[in-house]
Design a protein around this ligand. Structure first.
Ligand code: IPM
Ligand code: MN
Length: 372
């Protein structure tokens, strides 16, 4: 299969973790004789430095001409004084808007091997498997008007959604819930916000088309508590842009590190893949960042853009094997004895394990072929 990937490594630890993710994609391509091509582009602070803007026109064109976009991370504190519209993050938001993907899938899975990494008790996080479906193109991130009026010392942002915007992301969430444990929790703040009342009414409308799915509504404050108290109660969590941003970081507590969480954004012209973690400028360039979130994001790219489900599973299996072997990057080491792996070494471990899994898959396919 052919796949043209635009790689936007971005800022901070973005380039380091992206390198390991792309390595894994190259391994899959070589193994299966797939023609994956990778082109590099500029975004975020790196683009401001090189081209004076966080989302250069060349990046937009290359993104729209690709089959998938892989993004490392954006953001650097040296741009903190800039208004939101000029910051590195604005580049990412403009990219998301240009690609049109509105459903951001953020799986949060409690790896048994990392049970001791979470500050939550192992019994609480055991078997947690949540899929956040975060609306990505609406709400406070994009709503107009928005302004900081320095003369009057007032500032405002607008949380705005249309029924159509809620309905399309709700449908994605219901479809995915149908392939999982058939439970959907819609998260809002309908006791205070009109937007949330429209959200809830729309989700209830869509729910009529999915009678096999159990639907519950939760207020975002209560949901954030339940996520820590009893995360197993959740299957698919559907929510608006900012609530999803906050809750998915909170899910990093369950998984033991934000560094292992992947994401995929679907529904637009070109799908976008980015780990959930940020650019972590404080540890950038030291080779200690955890590449697992980026590598699992590459697995999502294989699944959603390349339609290579077996290969996506192989990458996920390789990550599991490596974590079970005790391999740890610094964020996962939590008082543990033994060697702490660098970003590169962790990438090598996963890559080696992946080659084994892919060979195993090929071997069992061959044996099945023989016995047939
Ligand atoms: C995320 C990030 C971004 C967001 C930032 C970098 C704009 O926090 O992907 O979760 O808020 O969406
Ligand atoms: Mn975030």
């Amino acid at each position: 299969m052919q796949l043209k990937v635009l790689v936007l490594a971005g800022d901070g630890i973005g380039p380091e973790v992206t390198e390991q993710a792309i390595r894994v994609l190259r391994t899959v391509a070589a193994h299966g004789d797939h023609a994956f091509t990778f082109e590099d582009g500029l975004i975020g602070g790196a683009a401001i430095d090189a081209a004076g803007t966080p989302f250069p026109p060349a990046t937009r064109e290359a993104a729209l001409a690709s089959d998938a976009v892989f993004l490392g991370a954006v953001g650097h504190n040296k741009f903190n004084a800039l208004p939101p519209s000029e910051r590195p993050e604005a580049g990412l938001l403009a990219l998301r808007a240009a690609l049109g993907g509105f459903a951001n899938l953020r799986p949060a899975f409690a790896h048994p091997a990392l049970a001791d990494n979470s500050p939550l008790r192992p019994a609480v996080i055991e078997e947690v498997d949540i899929l956040f479906v975060r609306e990505l193109l609406g709400g406070l991130y994009f709503g107009q008007p928005r302004e900081w009026n320095r003369a009057t010392n007032e500032a405002w942002n607008t949380m705005r959604y249309t029924r159509a915007e809620i309905e399309r992301v709700a449908r994605v969430a219901f479809e995915l819930a149908g392939k999982r444990r058939k439970k959907l929790t819609s998260v809002d703040k309908a006791n205070v916000l009109e937007v949330s009342q429209l959200w809830r009414a729309t989700v209830n409308e869509v729910a009529k088309d999915y009678p096999e799915i159990t639907v519950e509504h939760e207020f975002v404050d209560a949901c954030s508590m339940h996520l820590m108290n009893n995360p197993r109660r959740f299957d698919v969590i559907l929510t608006e842009n900012l609530f999803g941003d906050i809750l998915s970081d909170e899910a990093g507590v369950i998984t033991g590190s934000l560094g292992v969480l992947p994401s995929a954004t679907i529904g637009g012209q070109v799908d976008l893949f980015e780990p959930v973690h940020g650019s972590a400028p404080d540890i950038a360039g030291q080779g200690i960042a955890n590449p697992v979130g980026a590598i699992l994001t590459a697995a999502m790219l294989l699944r959603h853009s390349a339609k290579l489900e077996a290969e996506a599973l192989a990458v996920e299996q390789a990550v599991r094997t490596v974590l079970e072997s005790g391999a740890r990057t610094k964020d996962l080491a939590r008082g543990q004895q033994g060697t702490i792996l660098s970003t590169q070494e962790m990438g090598t471990r996963v890559n080696d394990a992946l080659i084994d899994v892919l060979r195993g898959q090929a071997e069992s396919a061959r044996l099945t072929g023989v016995t047939r």
